[in-house]
Every structure is written in C-alpha cells, then in structure tokens.
Design a protein around this ligand. Structure first.
Ligand SMILES: *[C@@H]1O[C@H](CO)[C@@H](O)[C@H](O)[C@H]1NC(C)=O
Length: 463
C-alpha cells in the first residue's frame, strides 16, 4: 500500500517538475526572443568552456592556431605587446633568479586578443589556410585595403590587398597583421578599417594593438623560441620592437592632392632643378644615416616638410634641406658626426638653453638643423640674424611625430602636418612662393630680443 503510494507520488513529482521545466524553457525562449541582446544563451554566442579561465582559453586557442600556421608554413611572428612585455621582463626576472610560474607564463595575458604579424612578401596568399581555420572552428574576418606601394604621383588607384586577418574562437581573437616591404627598406602595415557591412562586434576593435593607424617598422631580426610549450618566432630585441611599436604611426603622402597641386604648378624640370633634387635626396639619406647612428630622432621641418606634404617631393627652388630635432635629444657629438660624414659646419647660433641652430654645407646644398623647445602649450625654435644679433622665435602648436616616406626614405614628420605647415606658411601654403624672407615671411615668427654683444663670439659662430 505504502509502496504504491510512493510510486504515485514519485510519478506525480516527475510529471509536475517536467511541466515546470517545460514552462521554464518556454518562458526562457520567449524571454530570449524578446531580448536578442541577451547573450546568456544566444545560439551564435561564444561561451568559453565552463571549466577554463580566459587565460587558459587564450593558450588553447593560440595553440590550435599555431598548429595551423605550422601546417601552412606561414612566416609569422609574435607582436602581441602584452606577451612581449612579459617576455622582456622575464629576461630580467631570470637574471634575478626569481621563480617562474610552471604552466603558462606568457600566452595567458587574460586579454581578449593575441596579435601576430605576417611577413607578406614571404607568403603566397593561400585561401586554403582560411578554409582550414574555419574547419577547426575559427570564425574568420579578412580586412583588405588599397595597396599603397602602387600609389604614386603617376598612379593613384592601387589594387586591394589583405591587411589584417582576425580569427575568433571561444571569444578569443587572434589578429594577424600583414607587413609589406616598402621602397624605403622598411615594413609597413595598413590601418584596420571596417567596411559598412562588417560585424563591428567581431572583436574589441578599440583595444587592438595594431590597426588604429597604419604603421612603419624596421625589419626585425627574429628568433625561434618556445613559449609555454609552443614554438613561436619573436623579435630578437624585444624592447627595441616595443619601443618602435609605440611610435609606429605612419602617414601616407597625399598623392591625390599633390597631383592636383602639380597640375597647377608643374615641377621645374630644368637641369639645375633635377640636380638639386638629386643632391637633396643624397643629403637627406646621409642625414638619416648619421643621426640614426647617434640614436637622435629628427623630422622634416620648414620647406622640406612643406615639400613632402604639398607635393610628395622636394621643392626644387628651396636650395636647402630643413630638419627639426628636440633639444632634449641634443648631443654634443652631433657636429662631429656630420663633419665626419663629409659636411662642413657653416654656422652655429644660440646655445643649448636657448635658440640653438646649426647649419651645414655639402656641395652647394645647405642642411639646416633647428632645435625645438617644448613650452608646454607650444613648441618653438629660434633664429638669429648674424650681423645684428637679433633673435627670432618660430611658434608651433604642439605636435607628435609620425613616420612618412620621402624619396625612398622612411622619415619622421609632425603627425599634425597641416597645423605645422599652416603655422609656418599661413593658410596659403598651397601657393608657391619663391621669394621668402626667414625673418618676416613665416606666419609664426616673433621678435625675441637681441643677444648681448659680449656673448656674440660664443653665440653667433659663422664659418
Ligand atoms: C636592443 O635595442 C635597444 C634599443 O634599440 C638597445 O639599446 C639594446 O642595446 C639592444 N639590445 C641588444 C641585446 O642588442
């Protein structure tokens, strides 16, 4: 009797709980369909397997990805800033003989992205790779853009090339940045731009290490290493690579505008102009080599900057090459380095504390080196009139430095180039001016007193 009752109660319980479960399911489906944004159980969502932490997922996804990379022989290396930072610190930690974590020390930063770079000239595009990735469960996004290597003053339209791959698995994204060789003997990657119909939630685009802007890099030396049990190539000098990564932003020349400018004001093709451009190019390359050896960064200033910005070349009637250097990067051996390179010092005005300016000569081309002072709100460089001792000040809005290419050379320019050029040349910078007085023509020149006569011998040196 008792047993029958028990069975009946059990059956009743099973029936009622099933009904309740069905009700819950039904209600839940209604809830989800009403709140499509809710991702608790979204069918297309990417739940991380419950028993793994984000860091463990990262390691597993990277492992799966590297297996594919090896199979397809992709010339890939690790560029992830978080992992590389851990690696460079690790070199220090090991020196200090501190104990490392046993299982995963690097490829488990807990970030939602791990980034790699692909040396595009060493890989023949293989769609089979993407297919294989999809078969392994990765969702793939390929971002393309115009090939800037084909753009020039003569041709504007480039063909589309792959710029970035994104692979997503279990909410972890692997970014692969394509690095292309450019004619200035450096590596370039494009900006990551989503087309109109792209899935904007595919990755946390704002936190990607690469793609906010285009970038330029020296070709790094790579070494093969084992990270957390996985074979991966990394830059040999990690701190150098990370330092470059921070200031890698690259500006493409405005070829379209330059072409319009040159249609209005055709380039001087006289023998003298051609000769000057050849010499200016050689001087610019020599300058870059010399300052690179001293580790002193410089940028294109005044007329040379205007030439790049306005016409993607050298202004043939400018007769000189102008560069800027931050006074904080000044080194006393700069003069010796230039004279060793075959230049002669023509004048030295001012002092490190105020309005320093150097001028060199090689053949009949002048190199003007302007030192820039940071005043908080503004940046400025000084000028000196030799015969009168009068001082001048040229004021610029604050700027940062970007990479650009001029005459097959990777050089820096102010990122805010338009503001810089406008400060210097006014809003009509787009109209050539052959007559130019450095003391009065610039829009940003100010009188700045006179050097005391007693100091002229020291502060106004003309050779
Ligand atoms: C790595 O690069 C930095 C910066 O360029 C340099 O100072 C350092 O000597 C390099 N280290 C090695 C081991 O080459």
């Amino acid at each position: 009797m008792l047993r029958v009752n028990r069975t009946a109660v059990l059956a009743l319980l099973i029936v009622s709980s099933s009904v309740f479960l069905l009700f819950q399911l039904h209600y839940y489906r209604k809830y989800v369909s009403k709140h499509p944004g809710s991702h608790i159980l979204r069918p297309a969502g990417h739940l991380t397997p419950g028993h793994l932490t984000a860091s463990q997922v990262q390691w597993q996804v990277v492992k799966k990805f590297l297996a594919l990379v090896q199979h397809f022989k992709l010339p890939l290396f690790l560029t992830d800033t978080a992992v590389l930072a851990l690696l460079s610190q690790d070199a220090l930690r090991q020196r200090d003989r501190l104990v490392r974590e046993p299982h995963c020390s690097f490829l488990c930063t807990g970030r939602a992205v791990t980034s790699f770079a692909l040396q595009a000239n060493q890989w023949k595009y293989d769609p089979g790779f993407l297919l294989a990735a999809e078969q392994k469960g990765f969702e793939v996004m390929e971002l393309r853009g115009v090939d800037p290597r084909l753009a020039s003053l003569d041709t504007l339209s480039g063909e589309d090339i792959p710029l970035h791959f994104l692979f997503r698995l279990h909410s972890h994204v692997i970014q692969v940045v394509f690095l292309y060789e450019r004619s200035g003997n450096y590596l370039w990657h494009g900006a990551l731009r989503l087309k109109g119909d792209a899935d904007r939630s595919f990755a946390a685009f704002k936190v990607l290490d690469y793609g906010r802007y285009a970038g330029a890099y020296d070709r790094p030396q790579l070494i093969l290493t084992v990270l957390d049990g996985l074979d991966v190539r990394v830059p040999r000098n990690i701190s150098r690579f990370l330092a470059q990564q921070k200031h890698a932003r690259f500006l493409e020349c405005r070829y379209r505008d330059a072409r319009n400018f040159l249609q209005l004001y055709p380039d001087d093709s006289s023998a003298a102009a051609v000769d000057f451009r050849r010499k200016a190019k050689a001087l610019l390359h020599l300058t870059a080599q010399t300052l690179a050896r001293l580790d002193v960064p410089f940028w294109l200033s005044s007329g040379t900057c205007l030439g790049w910005f306005r016409q993607c070349s050298i202004i043939s009637y400018s007769r000189d090459v102008d560069i800027g250097i931050f006074i904080t990067d000044y080194r006393p051996d700069i003069i010796a380095a230039f004279t060793d390179a075959g230049l002669t010092l023509k004048h030295k005005f001012g002092k490190v504390e105020d309005s320093l300016e150097l001028s060199f000569l090689i053949e009949d081309v002048k190199l003007d080196v302007f030192f820039f002072y940071d005043n908080g709100d503004i940046m400025w460089n000084g000028g000196t009139q030799a015969k009168s001792g009068r001082k001048f000040k040229y004021i610029f809005p604050r700027f940062s430095l970007c990479w650009a290419e001029l005459l097959e050379l990777k050089v820096r320019v102010p990122c805010e180039t338009l503001d810089y050029v406008t400060a210097n040349y006014g809003t009509s910078w787009n109209i050539p001016l052959r007559v130019w007085d450095w003391k009065s023509s610039p829009s940003n020149v100010q009188e700045n007193g006179v050097w005391p006569v007693a100091e002229w011998a020291e502060l106004i040196q003309v050779y």
